[in-house]
Design a protein around this ligand. Sequence first.
Ligand code: HEC
Length: 189
Amino acid sequence: MLKRVGVIALASGMLLAAGCGPKAPTPTVNESMTHVMSPQAQTIWDITSHAFNERGDGLVASKISPDQWTQLGNAGRQMRDRALVLAKARRITVAAPEETIMGQDASHPGVKHTWDAASPKQVQALIDANPALFAQRARILAEAGDTVLKASRTKDVRPLYKVSSGLDDVCDGCHQKFWGTDEPPPFPQ
Ligand code: HEC
């Protein structure tokens, strides 16, 4: 019985991959962030932060084990693939009804000012107002993931360092536009 289920799952997976059969719904932004971007970025940051050179301005290849390269490759691939799903989606959904986005309890209805916490509805409105920019930001993240994947194949620490040290900005580049901002409020006059 279990075997049969496995075969059916495999077959429908192949159908989906081939672009026919019932289409899986596009994952929400929230699911993508909590289940893919956050943990995969953490893997990249964890491994690279233990591989710094003495000056702290680059990585040492011998400090990354073969197993860690494999983890890095997987992390890069998952980030790339999910970012591309978001970049290509016809319509982005921030959160399913049962999902809670970080900070939404502190949000208030109406126009969101720069330093206000955002509700899913407010984030949704920001994305719907500029889906092309959202897709562009997602593509930048996909490229970062792809670079990590390629670096893992050649075990090349230079591109890996470039991505890991700049990844925060890639995340924030989208968060600032669509979720809020990471800048402190302006100094009161
Ligand atoms: C293309 C846009 C985009 C990019 C790029 C992006 N994010 Fe997000 N992220 C969002 C949006 C929109 C939200 C707010 C909705 C939400 O919280 O789910 C968010 C929220 C989050 C949250 C909060 C999730 C929660 O519990 O509500 C985390 C964690 C997160 N992002 C991690 C990351 C990391 C790490 C990266 C970079 C590796 C990244 N994101 C890159 C769009 C993006």
